[in-house]
Write a protein that binds this ligand. Sequence first.
Ligand code: GTP
Ligand code: MG
Length: 195
Amino acid sequence: MIIKKAELLITAVKKEQYPDTVVPEIAFAGKSNVGKSSMINALLNRRSLARTSSQPGKTQTLNFYNINDSFNFVDLPGYGYAKVSKSEKEKWGKMIDTFLHNRKQLKEVILLVDIRHEPSNNDIQMYDWIKSCGYTGYVIASKADKLSKTQQIKSVNIIKKTLNITDKNIIIPFSSASKSGVEQIWDLFVNILGL
Ligand code: GTP
Ligand code: MG
């Protein structure tokens, strides 16, 4: 994918704040700190377009990125952040729920999980939620640079089993640090976006 343009369109919380673009979109979900924002930067070859942090809870809004004026990426705030109050969790749930149910141009919601860990109950719930909204259930296993190739294969099998991933629900090991998996991800995205 040749990235001619990549810019933050808008940060939104409410439906009224979503951009009024009609281009297809892909959104990224996953627990805080799993590497969603880092992946957006790595895919777009931009160092700090999406804000990242070693502290969980960096992304708090729906962040819409315009790419080449032909599609949008949507960076979602992560879950499972321990310091968050119950009312904040409810707000988070409503924000995501409204987005998943009201965005016609949203083609897929991709779940990111850390390749080193067995998916948590939150991950399982998020995955089931994504699928119950009608999305395919593609998974990206992040931070692959932290494991050897042999360990990656083992981990991918554990993730598949825990999330009950079937063959059509491709899972791709990926690293923002080494950029491994970038080509496979773009192949998938080009397909999803119909480019
Ligand atoms: P929230 O915005 O809190 O939901 O987090 P996020 O999922 O956007 O995570 P973010 O991209 O901010 O990354 C969190 C931390 O993980 C940062 O310190 C990143 O440098 C690190 N990180 C992200 N991707 C990778 C990767 O592929 N490999 C390694 N080694 N570290 C990574
Ligand atoms: Mg983030």
